[in-house]
Structure formats: structure tokens, C-alpha cells
Design a protein around this ligand. Structure first.
Ligand code: GLN
Length: 576
């Protein structure tokens, strides 16, 4: 056991704990996982994070390198000429990192260090006073390193408070379970999987894991990466952490050390776990080709929209060109690359493609960009891409919009689900094949399958019973009886409910005034009676009784301004 810090020699050599915490927050522990001991050098990567947060990357790199040394942890190894420590995992580099923590005075700086370690552990950690005193009384070598760093200008002020802060950080009391949670927080891109609080910004995680991977185990770092294959860090009190990015963190505690100052059983446990559970980082089991769960055409699966005979005939001929790709898992560079390959190949003889994101669990930034480029590229050959279930991935919409603000509305097609996507693509084919669709022309009674098999005379009987009701844009509705709900259709999401109206209220006033299409949707919730005022009648009123029209317009303006006030109020309330 470490004896150069006298207090550490008092540990029980038989203590042995193993804890594994997954990025999903599952904790597995065995042995002395609740035994307290001091964190020692395992504090180094976490304080390096603080240095990165408080300074630009260039500043940090000018004070501490990131090259493995192959030297012992306490080697006084500084680069010739510059005096820059080679990496933040050896003592010299850790003391230099401690000097980069921002704060007006040593007390504030130390509190920030303790808070950072606590955020990673998910609990308020405290310092072990006895170990701190013991190390402070005997830490001449580290003090010497501090003065060397001051000599080379790596530390810009009195080195003693910085070395003191370093002794304190090493003396923070933790358990093996804390260590595993801290490691899992690094595995989980900086978010503590138990508290769900962010401990550091995700962008620093890869830097810290980078130095842990190459330098974390000192002069054993090379063999460690070769055998175990996980970024790791050890401390002389017997703790070890190992991180498998995206998956899990391991904490092991056993005080007996090997000659390099790494916990002997700590190394053996990680070695075994890595082999037994295939955890080596360079043995990535991620199979990107499985990103396409299922692929089929709109001939195999049609939308639930009822179609007429002539429409069905058209679809029979063209639906083969509508292809659905059901994607699954995480969309990253490699998996989206597979998707892009398929779409580019299939689009050359197709009508449209549907990317069904229902089973996708995550899309990273790079995948969003590639999908954007794909949409743009396929649009140039007249091939639209429709996305489903986008509501779960708001950043996909954001990236798309950010990269093509002018074309976003036209090119980014997103609908709630696969059924809507199929319907959208079928409509597209029908429009292409039959540009003057039934919607505008209107159907003859004999076109209705409802009347199939009826003679002309029988059809006439039926026609006599029918009463036509027309609904036109630009009509003002005066709600006389019943209740309606106003909602806003949002592309790719459920409509947002804006409110409901009862008798005495009017709707449709915006379209009456500006003659543009409806902006919201009105649904009858009960039986409803409305009186209608058409645009033509409203105009006629203007010529015959202009004074009445003026009064109506004034009232409409009042109603609209009341609505605008309410909306303004809500926007204001949501901003605070
Ligand atoms: N506090 C110890 C020292 O500076 C930390 C060293 C270690 O854990 N490897 O010597």
C-alpha cells in the first residue's frame, strides 16, 4: 500500500469493492462498495475539466500537454525549454491544472473543485482532514513540483496555495460506488445517470477521456489500452475508474498497489470485466447496417385513405416508386451513410421516399446534416423525402431549417406517422398523374361507389333526397348553438388546441378580411348551428349600408385586438 502518505498505510489491505453503473442509471455492486477512502489521483481528470471550462483550450494546452510520458505519476518530468508538464494525469500536470481553476481566492477555487467532484458523484462529498494533513506534512516532492512550475511561468502566482488545493482535491473522501457513478457520468456525456443533472458540458468529455485513455494509468497506460481498452484513472489509495463511452462506468477499490502505484486487484478486475463482457473500446459491436429495420413500397402497404377506382388504378401503376424505410437505433455518421446509399440508389427509379423514424432512438448533429444534404440532393432530381415522427427530434427540424431557411417550408416534409406519409405520397402521385384532381372538379353522383348498381332512375330518387351544403373560405361563422374547438395543425405533430367557442362567438373573421386560406381548424364538438355571412354579402352590405359595415369592422377589429392582447400576454408569460 502507499506509505509515502503515512495516513494511507492505515487502510485495511483486504478491502475490496467493485461497482458498475450503466449510462441508464443501473447500479451493480459487490464487496466493500460503501467503504470510504480518498480519491487521490482520480480527482485529476475532473479538475482538468474545470480547467477546460474556465480557460480557452489554447490556454490550457499552453500550460499542460496531452502526451503520455511513460514516467511514474510523481516524476518531475517537464518539457525541456518550456517547462510544460506533459499531461494532466501526472502530478506536475495536475498541479498545473489546479492552477487554472478560476476564482477570486483559494477558498472560492477549492469550493468549485469540491462542487464539481460532488456533481459527478451525485452527492455532496467532503474532505478527509486526517489524510489531507498527512499529505500536506509530507508532500515535499509535490511542493517542489509546484515551485518548478512557478519557475517556468506555468503557475503565474505563489505555488503554495495551488499545491494546497491539489492536496485537498486528493483528500476528498469517496466510496467505490461514488467512483463508478463519476465514471458513468463521463460515459453518459457529462450527465449524471442517477441525478440526471449535467456535471460538465458534453464537448469536454471527449477531451478528458482522451487524456485518460492515453495517460490515465501512467507508465502502464500503453499496456492498459492494449489489454483493457477503456479510458481509466487510478489513485494511490487503491481506487480505479474505467469508462466505456455511451455505456457504463466502473469503480474498483482495493488498497494494495503494484509497483507503478495502480491498485493490483483494480487492474485485474477491469481486465476481467473487459474480457468477460467484451468491453474493449476498439471492439465496437455497433452494427450499422441494421439501421434499416424494414423496407417496403406503397404497393405492399397502402395508406388507410379510401380511394376511388380510377385512383386505385393510378396507384397500382406508380405506388411501387414510393419506398418506405423504417429506421431504428441511433442515427450517426455511419448508420446514416447506409441510409443515404439506399435512397440515392432507389430514388433514380422512384417517386418519393419515406423515412419512418418511429423506432429511432437518437439522431446526432452530424446525421441531421447528412439528412439535410440528402433532402437537398434528391430534391434536385424531383424526388421528395418525407419524415415521420419528427416531433421527438426537434433538433432535426432545427438543423434543416437553419441550413435552408429559404427552402425549408418547401423541402422538409414531415408528418405524424407512416399512414399520413403514405397518404401524402399517394396524393403526390395522383396529382402528378392527374393534375386536375377530383377535389376541384367535383364528382358526379354516378362516381360514388355508394350508388353502384343503381339505375339512373334510382339514382335520381336518391338525388332528390340530397341537400347540398357548401363551405367556403372567406365565410364568417356566427355560432348560434353548440360548441366548437379551435386547433392549430402543426406539421409532424398533434394539432395544438387553442381554445373552444360557444354561442355568441364568431370565427372565420381572418379569412373574411384577408381572403387567404384558413389558419386554424374548427371542429364541432356537439351539434352546431351557425349563421353564415359570405364575403359577397359582406361586400354588398358595404355598398348598401356602409355605416353598418363600418360598425361590424370596428367590432371585428376589437375582437382581433383582444385576441392579440391575450397572445402577447401568453408570450410574455412564457418568456419569464
Ligand atoms: N496525492 C497523491 C500524490 O500526489 C496522488 C497520487 C496518486 O494517486 N497517484 O502523490
Amino acid at each position: 500500500m502507499a506509505t509515502y502518505i503515512p495516513e494511507l498505510a492505515k487502510a485495511d489491505p483486504e478491502w475490496f469493492g467493485i461497482c458498475l453503473v450503466t449510462a441508464g442509471g443501473q447500479v451493480y455492486e459487490a464487496g466493500d462498495t460503501r467503504q470510504a477512502f480518498t480519491i487521490q489521483s482520480i480527482s485529476k481528470p475532473f479538475v482538468y475539466v474545470l480547467a477546460l471550462e474556465d480557460n480557452s483550450r489554447g490556454e490550457v494546452l499552453s500550460k499542460v500537454g496531452v502526451e503520455p510520458t511513460g514516467d511514474a505519476f510523481n516524476a518531475i518530468s517537464l518539457e525541456p525549454v518550456t517547462g510544460r508538464p506533459r499531461n494532466p494525469m501526472i502530478n506536475a500536470g495536475a498541479i498545473a491544472s489546479a492552477g487554472l481553476v478560476a476564482g477570486k481566492n483559494p477558498g472560492i477555487r477549492w469550493n468549485r473543485v469540491l462542487e464539481m467532484l460532488s456533481a459527478f458523484a451525485g452527492e455532496a462529498l467532503v474532505m478527509d482532514q486526517t489524510v489531507y494533513r498527512s499529505e500536506s506534512e509530507t508532500g515535499h516532492r509535490n511542493r517542489a513540483i509546484g515551485h518548478m512550475l512557478r519557475n517556468f511561468g506555468i503557475l503565474s502566482e505563489d505555488p503554495d496555495p495551488v499545491v494546497d488545493q491539489y492536496f485537498r482535491q486528493c483528500s476528498v473522501s469517496v466510496t467505490c460506488r461514488h467512483l463508478a457513478v463519476m465514471a458513468a457520468t463521463l460515459a453518459n456525456r457529462g450527465i449524471n445517470p442517477l441525478t440526471h443533472r449535467r456535471a460538465i458540458r458534453g464537448e469536454y468529455v471527449e477531451s478528458v477521456l482522451g487524456v485518460m485513455g492515453s495517460c490515465g494509468m501512467y507508465d502502464y497506460a500503453g499496456e492498459w489500452l492494449y489489454r483493457v481498452g477503456m479510458p481509466a484513472k487510478s489513485g494511490v489509495a487503491g481506487g480505479v475508474i474505467a469508462v466505456l463511452p455511451g455505456q457504463l462506468g466502473i469503480g474498483v477499490f482495493s488498497p494494495r498497489l503494484d509497483l507503478r502505484g495502480n491498485s493490483g486487484r483494480g487492474l485485474a478486475v477491469c481486465d476481467d470485466l473487459s474480457r468477460d463482457f467484451d468491453l474493449h473500446l476498439f471492439n465496437n459491436p455497433h452494427e450499422v447496417r441494421s439501421v434499416i429495420r424494414l423496407s417496403f413500397t406503397a404497393l405492399d402497404v397502402t395508406s388507410s385513405r379510401a380511394r376511388s377506382e380510377p385512383e386505385l388504378e393510378i396507384l397500382e401503376r406508380h405506388a411501387r416508386g414510393i419506398r418506405v424505410y423504417q429506421l431504428q437505433g441511433h442515427l450517426t455518421f455511419s448508420s446514416v451513410e447506409v441510409v443515404v446509399g439506399h435512397l440515392v440508389r432507389d430514388s433514380s427509379h422512384g417517386e418519393a421516399s419515406i423515412l419512418d423514424l418511429k423506432h429511432v432512438v437518437g439522431i446526432n448533429e452530424c446525421a441531421c446534416r447528412l439528412l439535410h444534404d440528402l433532402v437537398l440532393c434528391l430534391d434536385s432530381i424531383g424526388h421528395p423525402v418525407v419524415f415521420t415522427h419528427v416531433a421527438r427530434f426537434p433538433h432535426l427540424r432545427r438543423v434543416m431549417k437553419g441550413r435552408m431557411p429559404d427552402r425549408f417550408e418547401r423541402l422538409f416534409h414531415s408528418v405524424e406517422d407512416l399512414d399520413r406519409a403514405l397518404e401524402w405520397c399517394e396524393d403526390l402521385v395522383l396529382m402528378r398523374e392527374h393534375p386536375s384532381g377530383k377535389a376541384e372538379v367535383g364528382a358526379e353522383l354516378c362516381d360514388f361507389p355508394l350508388l353502384a348498381g343503381l339505375t339512373a332512375e334510382q339514382q335520381t330518387r336518391v338525388r332528390e333526397l340530397l341537400r347540398r351544403r357548401s363551405f367556403r373560405t372567406g365565410e364568417l361563422f356566427l355560432l348560434v348553438r353548440g360548441q366548437v374547438v379551435i386547433s392549430l395543425p402543426i406539421q409532424g405533430e398533434h394539432p395544438r388546441r387553442l381554445g373552444s367557442f360557444g354561442p355568441g362567438m364568431v370565427f372565420g373573421e381572418m379569412a373574411l378580411l384577408d381572403q387567404s386560406p384558413r389558419s386554424a381548424m374548427v371542429t364541432a364538438e356537439t351539434d352546431v348551428d351557425c349563421d353564415l355571412l359570405t364575403r359577397e354579402d359582406f361586400d354588398r352590405l358595404g355598398t348598401i349600408h356602409p355605416e353598418i359595415q363600418i360598425l361590424l369592422l370596428r367590432n371585428l377589429a376589437l375582437l382581433l385586438s383582444a385576441k392579440l392582447r391575450k397572445a402577447n400576454h401568453q408570450i410574455g408569460a412564457m418568456d419569464t
